[in-house]
Design a protein around this ligand. Structure first.
Ligand code: ADP
Ligand code: MG
Ligand code: MG
Length: 484
């Protein structure tokens, strides 16, 4: 843009010449060599690009944000440069995406496995219990979902010590940032086209990322399968939703008020027939402040609209199911291909139920090597460090029932590097770690698989001192990858 060219001309790159002379090897990741003027130029260009291309989020400090579209926007929190990531692990993560999609689908069909795996969790976790109630009702009425749409994101960290790609979790509901993920990759590609020569870097090594289009395409195809040109897509949103999507948008409370299911299963909301319900809400207990929201969730589930996700897909994404699937011999129940099974096993980290006294003992001795997780989504719910010990000791005293609310997971330690993180127009150089999310889209109608593909990616980078990520929570920033 003209502005940024002007700025560049006014502020010569002081570090430029010496960098070029030094070596041909990429120096971009040696951030100590960057001088402030140079970084400021990059930041300036990044902010201009973000504003022009919609790499923006609602600004919570602005009162009308989230209520009036287009009002109160701020550039998204971003990493200034893409984070180096080994190509071999990138390929591995892409390779398993369709296998995980298939696994979710197979598990979702095994109602008994879902109910059994979560039967003890149900007794101590009221939220999971309510979801399971809806699931039971569907099983009792023998409700079948012919058209099944999954828009997933499987998250990984690269364990520094073992150099292995380990799955953090599989998200099957409200998988976030498929819209902004693509934009961050494009921002980084654009910055490297401008500054890449200077840095000895190639913009082509930031993988193409069509996450937005691939998810939209899978939704459009699900709508086609439903096969009624007058039917709409409904996005179930949180009140004051900050994710903006052009469709009909209803909160669960509104669905309860305006929705009904006809005898043939047709879902009508405000008189409009709904082909596909996309849940951008409904994954957290706070999304169900009253019985109205639960009624709405049940109503939707009972209808013949395509649900993304169905209650079975949703439950398949719980941490408890993740832990059950990692037990020896369990994947074999759902997948036939031995190679596929081996590929998934390879990215499973250590996962345990709290019924294993050996592991609990170990975790009390060395809590820093574990993460304790309840059945929750959305970040900020896990337990780390000394709190792991305290909670395990408390549970040992209080009896065994509540054990089933949690799982234990091996703590993964990714590489820590110095990175430039940009928030509210200002950059900080921080010690940071990254988590790669790979999107997967899956659509089938009965026996016909229509879509099963890796659908783009999102890197999230956070200061290494923070246990939990959370872009929305203000710890993590959006990022992309530079293949090396
Ligand atoms: P949620 O569904 O709430 O996102 P996650 O399992 O993804 O739950 O955990 C939230 C965050 O906690 C992750 O993004 C990651 O930063 C951190 N985390 C989770 N599991 C581990 C682990 N095994 N090792 C290290 N960090 C972890
Ligand atoms: Mg999650
Ligand atoms: Mg997560």
């Amino acid at each position: 843009t003209n502005l940024s060219t002007q700025l560049r001309n006014q502020t010569p790159l002081r570090c430029g010449r010496s960098l070029e002379m030094e070596s041909q090897k990429p120096i971009m990741f040696d951030v100590e060599k960057f001088d402030d003027d140079f970084v400021q130029n990059l930041v300036y260009d990044a902010l201009v690009w973000s504003s022009l291309h919609g790499l923006v989020v609602g600004d919570k400090t602005y009162q009308k944000s989230g209520k009036v579209p287009g009002v109160g926007m701020m550039h998204a929190p971003i990493a200034l440069l893409p984070t180096p990531f080994p190509e071999i692990h990138w390929k591995q993560a892409c390779d398993v995406a369709p296998i995980f999609n298939e696994l979710v689908d197979r598990v979702s069909l095994d109602g008994k496995f879902i109910q059994d795996s979560l039967s003890r969790t149900k007794k101590v976790d009221i939220f999971t219990s309510r979801l399971l109630d809806i699931h039971s009702k569907m099983l009792e009425s023998n409700k079948k979902e012919d058209i099944r749409l999954g828009l997933h994101r499987s998250d990984y960290m690269l364990d520094e010590e073992t150099k292995s790609l380990l799955q953090i979790e599989m998200n099957t509901i409200s998988s976030s940032f498929s819209g902004l993920g693509r934009l961050v990759s494009e921002l980084h590609q654009s910055l490297l086209r401008s500054y890449g020569d200077h840095l000895g870097l190639d913009s082509e090594r930031v993988p193409k990322n069509a996450s937005t289009f691939q998810f939209a395409d899978a939704m459009a195809k699900a709508w086609l399968e439903y096969n009624n040109p007058r039917a709409v897509i409904m996005v179930v949103v949180q009140p004051e939703e900050r994710n903006i999507i052009v469709t009909i948008r209803k909160t669960l409370a509104e669905v309860e008020n305006e929705g009904r299911v006809q005898e043939d299963g047709t879902l009508l909301v405000g008189g409009q027939e709904v082909a596909l319900v996309y849940f951008r809400s409904g994954y957290s207990p706070t999304d169900y402040p009253s019985e109205s929201e639960w009624n709405a969730r049940l109503l939707i589930e009972q209808s013949s609209a395509v649900k993304c996700p169905s209650i079975a897909y949703h439950l398949t994404g719980t941490k408890k199911i993740q832990q059950e699937l990692a037990k020896p011999g369990v994947l074999e129940r759902f997948l036939d291909n031995k190679e596929d099974i081996a590929k998934l096993m390879k990215c499973f980290a250590g996962l345990w139920s709290l019924d294993d006294p050996e592991i609990v003992k170990k975790a009390i001795e060395k809590p820093e090597l574990f993460v304790m997780k309840p059945q929750r989504e959305g970040g900020g719910n896990n337990i780390y460090g000394d709190d792991v010990r305290e909670n395990l000791l408390r549970l040992q005293k209080d009896g065994e029932e509540e054990n089933a609310a949690y799982i234990l997971m091996q703590r993964i330690f990714p590489k820590v590097s110095n990175m430039f993180l940009v928030r509210e127009g200002v950059y900080h150089k921080d010690q940071a770690i990254s988590e790669l999310g790979v999107y997967g889209a899956y659509l089938r109608n009965k026996e016909r698989v229509i879509v099963n593909e890796q659908s783009g990616y999102l890197m999230r980078t956070k200061v290494s001192s923070s246990n939990e990520g959370g872009v929305a929570a203000g710890f993590a920033v959006l990022d992309s990858i530079y293949l090396n």
